[in-house]
Design a protein around this ligand. Sequence first.
Ligand SMILES: Nc1ncnc2c1ncn2[C@@H]1O[C@H](COP(=O)(O)OP(=O)(O)OP(=O)(O)O)[C@@H](O)[C@H]1O
Ligand SMILES: [Mg+2]
Length: 218
Amino acid sequence: MIITVASFKGGVGKTTTAIHLAAFLQGQAETLLVDADPNRSALGWASRGELPFKVMDQWEAGQNVNPNGNVVIDTPARPIPEDLSALAETCDLLVLPTTPDVLALDALVLTVEYLKKISTNHYRILITSIPPKPSKAGEEVKALLQEARLPVFEQGIRRFAAFQKAALQGLPVYSVKDPRAETGWQDYEKVGQEIVEIMELRALAVEAEDMSASTDFF
Ligand SMILES: Nc1ncnc2c1ncn2[C@@H]1O[C@H](COP(=O)(O)OP(=O)(O)OP(=O)(O)O)[C@@H](O)[C@H]1O
Ligand SMILES: [Mg+2]
């Protein structure tokens, strides 16, 4: 499967998300992370330490894609909103991280009209860097997005210093020495499981459609 990570705003956790979704998917099938951001943040992450999957730029990746494997694509900050539907068409699922702050939400609101042109089945918003309790920012933003009928992952990613350590050390968060490393990884694992479920449901829907098409024939 091909997962693209994009956002309306910079610094919302795209690269962190791409790294950890690739780590999760690598547990299922060979996974390649394509760093399509000219800042090369994912390649930098990989060069500082060790990751359990390959990271390549888009040029190198072109010749190295395993058709039976997974691909995760990390994109630059701020694609123009029109680009989002084009991006959604070239992948199985577009993951849109957003932080639960006002500026990030303003950017999201501006993009809602464009998002409505994409089938809701084709993208999911991921709330990242959720501040700890007593803040309710994560839950409030999720409720707001759901009210606007936008597809949001059930699981969000909490704000933990372990993620910054992981970036600095070039490791997935579960390999970092930090009391919240495992909890941070579990957040991404749950999101990975949601992605697997979305794909399974979609495959079932396609199968059901094929069946009804073949019975229509007779
Ligand atoms: N869940 C999290 N908890 C704490 N810090 C986080 C979390 N996710 C990301 N960060 C930190 O926030 C900053 C931005 O994250 P990241 O680089 O993943 O965002 P980005 O959207 O890829 O940014 P850019 O638009 O520059 O490509 C980094 O310092 C990263 O370590
Ligand atoms: Mg990035």
